[in-house]
Ligand binder design. Structure first.
Ligand code: FMN
Length: 485
């Protein structure tokens, strides 16, 4: 371990030293195992993204698993028979030869065994590889809104020894209890959030490790850090969560990826971006009263910001954008390079799009002509929902739980009770973010899914950095040990 803050937190019976720098979880596969491994080796906290990790695993296997990394991790999976079954089904030694990827089946409440097993394996592989070759902690990031995928990804991560779980995009009230259960090798559950007028009992989703031939394995319980924007939610979670919480990440509206919407009546600037104000700034004096460690995220990527955060009583900072464009990031290398060159030429802009994400949350979009940020490219895409992570649960006419996404084909969305106005401007983030990571699907009509890059407002600072800078360069800079590389 290198120098780290002297702040300590009691987590159960053990006392751990906290990192001053958390490398933010960035999906899909932007903060992949390579990036998290590189960061954790420095003694700060590397975080893998668990979002879409089932599809990421099977697509890597279908692309021939260059370097044998996924297969090496699968060789450590506790159920070797099932790991082999996955290899038999998805691994293609010579790659796909220009064919479309075989898809992971779309799960539902009653049918999800295969998908969940792939999510368990995907998260296991990602965390295992991020931990390989050093003994420092590694964490995983998940989006609370991906209700049907979170339990298996959490379980796979816990099984592989993740030290920290970080979750935003919703209120992860029942996750701490699920972590307690999983670390004891027991079934973990949470109550599904279903849209529309309740038409029966709210269903409970449960994952029992024994159903996957993994019963009774006891592993340490990771720390849990919800991502919040206000101290009010921190308070609610500390009082009402189903288990213990070890820290909070406080994320402001300049951060990359999804942003929480502004509080109260939303107003927009001339470009159509939501306007944030004083009410959206977290009250740190209230946070300090909670006596729980917290990290500041969103536009914090400088040694001055780290010092200021520590002076405000934070344990440190969480940084995304600067890591997203470094050498080890999972963004396709040509995208990374192009963004950086454009930043240097001052030809880059980031738009906080209130419509792009089917979740309805604002989503930051890098404006690049050959991506879905270009209205002409967006208009050309034929809508299809074949990955389905961002589908929301809703009560259908027969009193059952159905699944719909505002970015799916409009007629299908409307037959599921969705409103036409909710489909306007919505983009298929599932397919686009796979494309960002070099895992683009070839659809039935022959179209290759187009990318859509996200980044924080701090992307302009990339102009100070040379193409090919590394995660270790970022850490050295943030610690105040070196200028931008
Ligand atoms: C490319 C990219 C993808 C991101 N994806 C996620 C995500 O999947 N889940 C999440 O909680 N945060 C996500 N974030 C937010 C980061 O984890 C981090 O909190 C944020 O980037 C910090 O602000 P900064 O970008 O100004 O450094 C993403 C950020 C970027 C730049």
């Amino acid at each position: 371990m290198t120098e780290s803050t002297s702040i300590s937190a009691a987590t159960g019976s053990s006392v751990t030293t906290l990192p001053r720098i958390i490398q933010g979880g960035m999906g899909v596969a932007v903060s992949d195992w390579r990036l998290a491994n590189a960061v954790s080796r420095t003694g700060e906290l590397g975080i893998v993204s668990g979002t879409g990790i089932d599809t990421v695993l099977v697509r890597r296997l279908q692309d021939g698993d260059e370097g044998g990394h996924s297969r090496r991790a699968l060789a450590a999976y506790p159920n070797q028979q099932r790991a082999q079954a996955t290899l038999d089904k998805y691994f293609l030694p010579g790659g796909r030869q220009g064919k479309p990827y075989k898809r992971v089946p779309l799960p539902s409440l009653s049918r999800h065994q295969e998908t969940w097993e792939l999510s368990i394996m995907g998260a296991f592989v990602e965390v295992w590889l991020a931990r390989e070759g050093h003994s420092n902690p590694v964490g995983i990031n998940l989006l609370t809104k991906l209700q049907l995928f979170n339990l298996p990804s959490l379980y796979g991560a816990v099984l592989a020894g993740a030290g920290t779980v970080i979750m935003g995009a919703g209120i992860p009230r029942e996750i701490p209890g699920a972590l307690d259960a999983f670390s004891a090798g027991k079934p973990g559950s949470f109550r599904l959030d279903v849209k529309g007028d309740p038409q029966g009992e709210t269903p409970v989703v449960t994952l029992d490790p024994a159903d996957y031939g993994l019963g009774g394995i006891e592993v340490p319980r990771p720390s849990f850090y919800p991502i919040i924007t206000s101290h009010v939610l921190a308070n609610v979670l500390l009082k009402k969560a189903s288990g213990s919480i070890q820290g909070f990440v406080i994320e402001g509206p300049t951060a990359g990826g999804h942003n929480a919407p502004p509080r109260g009546q939303v107003t927009y600037d001339d470009l159509g971006q939501p306007i944030y104000g004083e009410r959206d700034i977290c009250d740190l004096s209230e946070m300090r009263k909670l006596s729980v460690p917290f990290w500041l995220a969103g536009g914090q990527a400088s040694p001055e910001s780290l010092r200021a955060a520590l002076a405000e009583g934070a344990a440190g900072i969480q940084v995304g954008t600067l890591f997203a464009f470094c050498h080890e990031s999972g963004f396709r290398a040509d995208f990374r390079q192009r963004v950086q060159v454009q930043a240097q030429q001052e030809r880059l802009s980031v738009f906080t799009d209130p419509l792009a994400s089917p979740t309805g949350f604002p989503f930051k979009v890098v404006q690049l002509p050959d991506t879905l940020s270009n209205p002409a490219v967006y208009a050309e895409r034929q809508r299809v929902c074949d990955i389905g992570y961002l589908r929301e649960a809703h009560w259908d006419n027969s009193g059952k739980v159905g699944w719909r996404c505002a970015s799916e084909p409009v007629d299908q969305y409307l037959t599921k009770g969705g409103k036409p106005e909710d489909t306007v401007g919505r983009k298929c983030l599932c397919n686009a973010l796979m494309s960002d990571a070099g895992l683009a699907q070839i659809q039935k009509n022959g179209d290759v899914e187009k990318p859509l890059l996200t980044s924080g407002d701090g992307i302009y600072a990339l102009s100070d950095w040379k193409v090919g800078y590394t995660a270790a360069d970022v850490i050295a800079y943030l610690r105040g040990d070196a200028p931008p590389a």
